[in-house]
Write a new protein. Structure first.
Length: 413
């Protein structure tokens, strides 16, 4: 919210609305001359806490945050010449939060909001071919769909009988928001259908389960590909070649990747790559959808040991923006753009949602403010409500939408 555009109402007014709105009798609008407000939140995503302290320019606003699991903490921000203080805040725990503000030792107001846990995605990477009764390494990756904190917890790998066949503990990586675990697994003879389930060690994250991995339990192969189960047009992925232990050379070696599309072979994918700990890798960004074949060629440093392998996979269309809907209490869902008119002092409760099913944070710009899930307009002008979706980390990409409310001045009594 821009300070220059935010005008305070001298008092709460009767809730009368025009345009598309219907009365929101259960809402809790901002009222009074001074207050503290912030929207409902999402763990790891920064939001703004706004304090209105009329006539207190230059004073320090102290904001206290209280949550059952996180305890109590506080921050402070100076009140500007227009009587507002702005404090960025990143929730670190989900659940109910009570927020209060004081200026000059006097209470300004309180707000109660709800913070949602950060959603996650999990995927399980396995070599396409593994050898029965010979140890293999599974790679489990857990990613926060958004935010700035990295998931922590454990991974359980289950087979087609729902029996746990391997487990591990996540470690953070150099990529923010991404955790990984290398998990030892000894395949039994026969088919293998595997999934990985993430269990967080804190309620700040949501659980998630990977797509199915179906490694083939076979005899000895020199090299096997390790690919993500799902790839999307335009999304860069890491492709790995796993050298089976009995085919590794103490002198090292290299791998080269190529791509076959529509029967045309040998499109290079990054050239020759070195091998470290039995694995060589390259990155690749799909440029078209549909069935494609990755080919890998392996050669030891002295060429005494070599091998080749190939795997067909199907590139999916590029992720589409997550679809956001905002529904005001007692009325139909909004579409982006101008949604109606309110008189200064009015408020309306909003319910945001997204096709992904993940939380949708809200923010405002202009003469309005959101406290929990209720927007209150404060003075004439244009109130912009911004809704942001993090997507689902796969087929639905992050997206945003703006909703504009025309705010008219209250009639003078």
């Amino acid at each position: 919210m821009r300070t220059s555009r935010l005008l305070a109402a001298s008092a709460a007014l009767v809730l009368t609305m025009t345009g598309v709105f219907a009365p929101a009798s259960h809402s809790a609008p901002i009222s009074g001359r001074d207050w503290v407000a912030t929207p409902n939140g999402l763990v790891g995503v920064q939001q703004m806490v706004i304090v209105r302290a009329s006539g207190q320019a230059g004073a320090m606003a102290v904001v206290t945050f209280q949550n059952t699991s996180a305890g109590t903490n506080a921050g402070q921000a100076a009140v500007n010449s227009q009587g507002f203080a702005y404090l960025p805040w990143q929730p670190g725990a989900p659940g109910a939060w009570d927020i209060s503000a004081k200026v000059g030792g006097s209470a300004v107001g309180t707000a109660s909001i709800v913070v949602a846990a950060m959603p996650t995605t999990t995927r399980l990477l396995s070599a396409i071919q593994v050898r029965a009764l010979q140890a293999a390494t599974l790679v489990a990756q857990v990613r926060a769909v958004g935010g700035e904190i990295t998931p922590s917890g454990t991974i359980a790998v289950r087979n087609q009988s729902n029996a746990i066949v391997a487990s591990g503990t996540l470690s953070s990586t150099t990529t923010p928001g991404l955790a990984s675990a290398n998990i030892a697994w000894t395949p039994s003879p026969g088919s293998a259908i595997l999934t990985a389930t993430y269990t967080p060690d804190t309620n700040s994250f949501g659980t998630s389960t990977s797509p199915i991995a179906t490694p083939t339990v076979t005899g000895g192969v020199a090299v096997s590909l390790r690919l993500p189960q799902v790839s999307y047009l335009g999304v860069t992925e890491t492709i790995e070649a796993v050298i089976q232990p009995t085919f590794q050379s103490p002198l090292g070696g290299s791998v080269a990747f190529s791509l076959e599309i529509d029967g045309f072979p040998f499109f290079p994918m990054g050239g020759s790559r070195g091998i470290s700990n039995g694995v060589g890798s390259t990155t690749w960004t799909p440029t078209q959808i549909g069935p494609q074949t990755v080919i890998v060629q392996y050669a030891s440093a002295n060429f005494a040991i070599n091998g080749t392998n190939r795997q067909i996979f199907n590139v999916q269309p590029a992720p589409t923006p997550d679809r956001i809907t905002i529904t005001p209490a007692g009325a139909s869902a909004w579409g982006p753009g101008v949604v109606g008119t309110l008189t200064a002092g009015n408020s309306v409760a909003l319910t945001p949602a997204a096709l992904s099913g993940n939380p949708v944070p809200l923010s405002t710009d202009g003469p309005c403010v959101i406290s929990a899930g209720v927007v209150t307009v404060l003075g004439p002008g244009t109130c912009v409500i911004a809704a942001t979706s993090l997507g689902n980390g796969g087929s639905l990409a992050a997206s945003s939408a703006n909703y504009l409310i025309n705010v008219q001045a209250a009639k003078k009594k």
